[in-house]
Design a protein. Sequence first.
Length: 276
Amino acid sequence: MNRNAALSAHMNPILEHNRRAWDERARQGKRFAQPATEADFDDPMKTMDGPGWLGEVRDKRVLCLGAGGGRHGPLLANLGACVTVVDISPAMLELDREIAVARGLQISTVEASIDDLSVLHDAEYEIVIQPVSTCYVPDIQRVYREVARVTQPGAIYSSRHKQPTSLQVGLVPVPAGFIIGEPYYLNGPLSPSQQVGPHREQGAMEFLHRWGDLLGGLCQSGFVLEDVLEPKFGDPVAQPGTFEYRGHYIPPYIQFKARRTDAVVKSEAEVWTPDV
């Protein structure tokens, strides 16, 4: 059994739904499914690490988690990092492989869910970079525990997440302001009726993770939080009904820099073993 077959054998309906959704987004070249440009390769760290959190990446073992799409992995590999890209979507991973071949880069791609990294070894990585992706799984702490398991003590974990309030509110305001249309204490996926605009990915199943889960779950999983960033996407003169106008009132993302401690963390996922 290969790694992709192992994933398919354990696929649940949520993962299967999101795999199909991201395969389709990759085929259509939607947002977050657009490979790195020549301008990105001219200054990879500006594109990949605006806050300057990662430091020198050459010869470092780097995990790009939930980061298919031909962007993060190729840019880091171009800087000399030993890169593994994990994504649920084969079509997103194919974009990484295409860029790698075109530029002569070495990248390992693994089709897996971000909350089940059982195909990866313990303490394997020195850096983990994770773009927005935790909203596509119901239990964020499973993600954190898996990242903790596959990272070395002292490893850097840079992750970006959707802010809870941003997932509660639609794109278009009413005269009195923005309406909270989703409960904060929500069990289960968000309503697809709110999936209009770039703050949501149409077709994907998304979950709201509360602040206690985003921050507390990280600390409980063997990480120390070192920095927090709210990337600015707002524009006070933007037209109402646009992502930029909404972002002036409701920040869409939060970004964490965390460092792995030496606490022992065991995986809750089933360990994958090859057929013999």
